[in-house]
Design a protein. Structure first.
Length: 135
């Protein structure tokens, strides 16, 4: 199941949607306040921006994002950014989920006019996929 979903037009850059998606993150608990901050985030190199790294450092979220060499004008001094490559390889499960959800005929071409009904279709497709996997 997706932990956070936001719907925006297709012409938005993914790295600009990173912070709003993390702000939308909530996991309800049976007792107490919901969890609204992930402990660790693994992402592609396109999310290696100063804004994202500062936001995660301020919120205390551990980062597993490789360095994007194209964003670096000069080599940074100081401690290098550490990446756990074994954890990074597990990201393929998310990529497979996206490719599966795009194969759903109703979800990918977005026929719904209202955002709320589209989110309902996406959640229904995610539930169907979870049912297939868990069996």
């Amino acid at each position: 199941m997706p932990l956070s979903i936001i719907v925006v037009p297709a012409n938005e850059n993914d790295s600009t949607l990173y912070v709003p998606t993390l702000k939308n993150f909530k996991i309800q608990r049976p007792i107490g306040r919901p969890v609204n901050r992930p402990s660790k985030v693994t992402a592609d190199v396109i999310y290696d921006t100063d804004e994202i790294r500062k936001y995660k450092r301020r919120r205390g979220i551990k980062s597993n994002i490789p360095v994007n060499i194209r964003n670096r004008k000069k080599k940074k001094r100081g401690r290098p950014i550490k990446v756990d490559w074994d954890e990074f390889k597990k990201k393929s499960a998310v990529e497979r989920f996206f490719s599966w959800i795009e194969s759903c005929k109703k979800v990918f071409p977005r026929y719904e006019i209202k955002e709320r009904s589209y989110l309902g279709v996406v959640m229904l497709a995610a539930i169907m996929r979870l049912n297939q996997v868990l069996g």
